[in-house]
Every structure is written in C-alpha cells, then in structure tokens.
Design a protein around this ligand. Sequence first.
Ligand SMILES: [Zn+2]
Length: 414
Amino acid sequence: MGKIYIIDVTNRDGVQTARLGLSKLEKTIMNIYLNEMGVFQSEFGFPTTKHETYYLQANLELAEMGVLKPIRLGGWIRATVGDVKTAFKYVPGIKHLNISISTSDQMIQGKFLGRKTRDDIIQMMVEALEAARSLGAEAVGVNAEDASRTELDFLLKFAAAAKEHGATRFRYCDTLGYDSPFSIYEAIRTIAENVKMPIEIHCHGDLGMAVASSIAGAKGAVDGGQDAYINTTVNGIGERAGNADLVATVLAITKSKGFEERYELGMPIDFSKSWEIAKFASYAFGVPIPINQPGVGANAFAHESGIHADGVLKDPQNYELYSYTELGRGEPELVETGREICAGEYGGISGFSHVMGKMEVEFTSEEDAEKILELVRYANVAAQKPLVEKELLFIAKYPDIARKLLTLRPLDVP
Ligand SMILES: [Zn+2]
C-alpha cells in the first residue's frame, strides 16, 4: 500500500502570493517548524532568484548541522536548462528540485503564443531534467502546470517521459483549482496505474475544494499503487484563493470517515505543533487566522448555543471530532498588559539585554551581546515588526547563519 507524505510549499507558493511575503528569517523559522512537525519536504524557495541565494545556502547549512533534519529542502525552478544551470551556480549544494512547465493547450498556446508544440514541451522538460541530474540533483520532481486542464493522454505521455528520464516524482498541479475530488481521483489513479511513479498533488482553492481535492488525489495515487505527496501551505496561504491548508489536510487524512483506516501518512505528523505554526504564519504574513479555520480558528472549539454547550460539557465527543489538546491548544499564554520593552531596529543594549533576559538568555560578554543585538537590529529592518521569541532565540543560537540570512547584497549586480 502506498503512503501519503506532505510537501509544504508555504515558502514558495505562499510567499509568491500577491500582497504577502516573508523575511528570510521568517522563512527559516517556518522550515524549522515544518521540520519539528515531521513534514517530509519544504519547498524552501527559488534558487534562481538572487535575493534568495544566501537564505537558501544558509538553510542547507542548517540541514548539514542537523538543525533542519530529517526534512528535505527542495527548490522550485522552471523546467529549462538555463534555470537548472543558474540554480546550481547560485546554490551549488542544492539536492532536491522541482522543475515546472505548463502542459495544458490553454497555457502552451496562451503563454508560448504558438512557438511551442506539445512535443517541444516534453523535450524542454527532458532536457532540463537531464541537466539537473547531471549537475548532481538527488531528487527531481517534474511539475505539470495546469495538469487539471491538460488532456489526460498527453499528461500520461509527459509523465512517462519524466519517469523514463529519471524523475523522482510527478507533480499534478491543479493550478487554477479547477478539479473536484471526483475528477482528480480519476485522473491521478489513471496516471498512477499507467505510469507507475509517486505522484504529488498540488491543489488550489478557487472553488473551495483544495483540501478535499488533495485527499481525493492522494487516494487516487494510493489506490493506483503509488505513494502520494500532498502539497500544503500553512494557513492555506497561496496564490489567489490559496492552497490546501497544512493542518486541515492532515486532519482530513487522519480523522475523516473511512479514510483514516485505509490511507496512512508515511511520516507521522506531530499535531501538537499545529497551533504554534499557524500562529507564527499569521504573525509573519500579517494575516489573521479566520475565526472558523479548522483546528486552529478561534471558534474551532467554541460552543455557545444551549444544546451544544450542554452536550460538549457532558461529553466533548458529542460536538468535537478531535481534541484541542492534540493541536497544542489549551495552554495558558502570557500577554503583557503593562510595561513592555521591544527589540527593534533602533534598539540599544540595555533594552535588548532585558528582552533576552526574560527568555533566560545570558551573554558571556558585553561584546557578545552587542554582536547579537546588531543582528537583531538587521532582522527588525527586514521584518518591520517586533521579532517573536523563536526568532530572537534563533539569532542568539546561530549568529553566523543569521548573518548570512540577513545578507541581501546583490550577487553580480555592480
Ligand atoms: Zn500553486
């Protein structure tokens, strides 16, 4: 029986979303949370984008240090030989890549304007895939952009060519959120049975079905005898109406009727981090968690009406499918209501030592404290909001990595 894995794409699809973004430190903290939760892979950024370079290199160093382990860090690029070469030039240590190209006639004609045929698309993908493998990529996922609007026969041909030339996985992108759970199940099961390779499922919420289509797609892959890799984002943040929400997707896999008995996660997810990661994403993106969000919304475990309140007090299982404690909720949280000292871009050593002292961080020397303070100032310049505890602790613990993350010098721009 195939298993289901999670590839989170917050640091790629999430950050490319209009009006939203994350600082390089925030992206790094996101990777740390995803690793702590047991997520298989984080699509951690764009290796051809110059301002990502130091961040990507620094995170690969964290992986080597064992801080980001066992999570895999995968980069996203277009399926062109040029992009592959640039990725390895800027980020030589990169091991995992997803290469992406449009496969629907709509996009082949609408984007390439008659300059490319379906055969050209396959050829471009194969050339990029071979280049990635020859430059040392250990795993390459091949993405069919707009797969849900691609004729299935061509998609099968495209996926078979990817497999034949050494792709590790095939990513079925429901780029426009066009699939329903019924249509995606059929498509992915057919691909799994015919092409026989692990399949990634990438769904969007334009019709409100991102999570439902994701687990239906995963079922299609597993029923077809293959492993499934669902793409999620934290709080569902992604292009337009967003992606499949990480917490909601894992809840659906592990708690929904009939699913939890037959379809299993390949790596256990530590649910107790759900509350913390959702809150961090909300802070970092500056987007409140909707009150009715599954598991982590303010109302997810709130009861008011007489019948519900009475029922849940008698036995929580009357009106709750799962417990808030599983998601890491229910712990008291300290909110400062009096005097507050914040770390900021213009902060000084006295206030900074006070802030760090509250977290029981002590510095060996004044010089050491000054060094960390300087990095915290730069991190504040990037974030433009007071850093949270996890970020301050990260900088104090890994100052050399933090320095690299905070470096945004253009690489070859004079
Ligand atoms: Zn997407």
